[in-house]
Design a protein around this ligand. Structure first.
Ligand SMILES: Cc1cc2nc3c(=O)[nH]c(=O)nc-3n(C[C@H](O)[C@H](O)[C@H](O)COP(=O)(O)OP(=O)(O)OC[C@H]3O[C@@H](n4cnc5c(N)ncnc54)[C@H](O)[C@@H]3O)c2cc1C
Length: 484
């Protein structure tokens, strides 16, 4: 065991752990700081993302009616305003160029459901809301969006453009790693934490895979969904903090293949900006992100696991490629696959973030950001640094980790949302009703199924987020202490 006592040990080297290590080291020149994380960043959501700086395109229909959703949206909105200077600072300090591009086309596709239509209309309303200033263009004819070329039955019926951008996640992570190497007081461990031991005298311990042990006054759990493993033997933590699940997701790096263009009459254009659909039930929309030199990122699949699968499911890749080729352009199917990326979104047991100090002094969470942690990173890290140093910040207290589960609206509304979400997901993946358009009967069937899940757990008013329903159905969720 090394005798050094760290002031701050950060476990996890994805976008959140790394950005925190940088910002904290910059502010605290005389403190001992450590970051622990394997060089290959296994399972990292940040590595698997493209990534979108996704704020408006990610909105949920009706979010303004529910405070926790507003608070969550605002983490992204505030981050959006910081991204330009954040990006410049990373480039300046690392000496590396990082591709970034502003403006995202959102398609409302004839392939979507009425739920997608109503989210599209809701987004138009939010864009005009004076509380959330941003650049946007309404009523863009989808025919005029460079890159979009669909078959008739998959055609977009309308589109708009929001300020949301894209940033090359690989370049971003590499550049921050370069910055980290510049701090003398920061120790970087290419290693894996296997256990933490909480100490009453506030000198906590971290056991590493290579059998070394670190001591620290503060431990920050920023290793995504894997954080659950580190606390599993500590009842005080497991019983008081919503558990974390593995939100498996895949994206594909593609390279434009000009070969087929040469021999066909049709000339498929490449996109100039990000093109995406809205939330389609349990997944961020389908998104196509153009980078330099004919390279694209296509994302993303989504499925929640209690134990991480070692690689992506074949069906996820088939859906991604099939849907995107039809709904964006056949150019996608004709591209070459450069790499398939797979990682785990940190998904908490109520879907809301877990950021701040736990009820145990010196044990902190920087976690649970699910599908927009990269977007939120500049804002939540700035605020967490303030909280770590001065004990005050703008981070919403409702997202502090030692808390009861936050209800998703209430039972009634959550069931309606689940019907919309699940039917949207099934529809996206090719479902057609045998009985023509008898959606009412289909919705009733879903409702009965969901009510049974609520009955099974004797839940009277708490609302379960649609994505977590399968975990409740299969008795895979433990943090139920606060649910009524
Ligand atoms: C396919 C996909 C697409 C996405 N697209 C977007 C997007 O477009 N925009 C967006 O904002 N967000 C997106 N997200 C979500 C976003 O990636 C996450 O919210 C964010 O990256 C979480 O960052 P993190 O640092 O908390 O976790 P991670 O990036 O998961 O990092 C955790 C790190 O901890 C390390 N680690 C694990 N266990 C240990 C241990 N025991 N000891 C030490 N280190 C350990 C891992 O190797 C990893 O490097 C996407 C996610 C996925 C999966």
């Amino acid at each position: 065991m090394t005798k050094k006592i760290y002031d701050f040990c950060i476990i996890g080297n994805g976008i959140l752990g790394s950005t925190l290590a940088w910002k904290l080291s910059e502010k605290l020149k005389n403190n001992n700081i450590a970051i622990i994380g394997p060089k290959n960043k296994f399972g990292s959501a940040s590595v698997a993302s493209g990534a979108m700086i996704n704020v408006f395109a990610e909105i949920e229909d009706g979010f303004q009616d529910y405070k926790p959703l507003v608070k969550r949206f605002e983490l992204g909105y505030r981050a959006l305003k910081l991204w330009k200077s954040h990006h410049k600072e990373i480039q300046d300090k690392s000496g590396k160029k990082i591709q970034i591009k502003w403006g995202t086309h959102i398609l409302n596709s004839s392939n979507g459901t009425q739920s997608e239509d109503s989210t599209f209309l809701y987004l138009q309303k939010i864009l005009k809301n004076k509380n959330y200033k941003s650049k946007y263009e309404l009523n863009i004819d989808p025919k005029n969006i460079e890159g979009v070329k669909t078959q008739h039955r998959e055609r977009p019926i309308r589109s708009l453009k929001v300020e949301d951008g894209i940033v090359h996640s690989g370049e971003l992570l590499n550049a921050i790693d370069i910055i980290l190497n510049k701090f003398n007081q920061l120790d970087i461990f290419d290693n894996e934490a296997i256990k933490i031991l909480v100490d009453k005298k506030n000198i906590h311990k971290i056991y590493l895979k290579d059998k070394s042990v670190l001591s620290s006054k503060n431990i920050i759990l920023a290793n995504g969904a894997y954080a659950q493993n580190l606390i599993k033997d500590n009842k005080d933590l497991t019983q008081n903090i919503p558990e974390l699940f593995y939100g498996g997701g895949a994206g594909i790096d593609l390279i434009f293949n000009n070969y087929s263009n040469k021999f066909r009459k049709a000339n498929f254009a490449e996109p100039k900006n990000a093109i995406r659909t809205l939330d389609r039930g349990n997944a961020c929309g389908l998104h196509w992100l153009p980078f330099r030199g004919g390279e694209y990122y296509l994302g993303a699949s989504s499925a929640i696991f209690t134990i991480p699968e070692s690689n992506v499911r074949a069906a996820s890749i088939s859906y991604l490629l099939g849907d995107a080729s039809k709904q964006f352009s056949p150019i996608i199917g004709r591209s070459n696959i450069k790499e398939i990326k797979f990682g785990f979104r940190p998904v908490s047991a109520d879907i809301f973030p877990l950021i701040g100090e736990t009820h145990i002094k010196g044990i902190w969470y920087l976690n649970g950001t699910k599908r927009d942690g990269l977007t939120m990173s500049p804002y939540i890290i700035n605020e967490l640094v303030k909280l770590l140093i001065n004990g005050k910040s703008m981070l919403p207290k409702i997202f502090y980790p030692s808390r009861k589960l936050i209800s998703y609206y209430n039972k009634e509304k959550a069931i309606i949302k689940a019907i919309r979400s699940i039917s949207s997901k099934e529809h996206t993946h090719g479902m057609t009703l045998t009985d023509g358009g008898n959606y009412e009967e289909y919705y009733d069937r879903l409702k009965d199924e969901f009510l049974k899940v609520y009955q099974k757990h004797n839940i009277k008013s708490f609302g379960i987020h649609p994505e977590l329903l399968p975990l409740y159905k299969n008795n895979l969720i433990k943090s139920k202490r606060s649910i009524k």
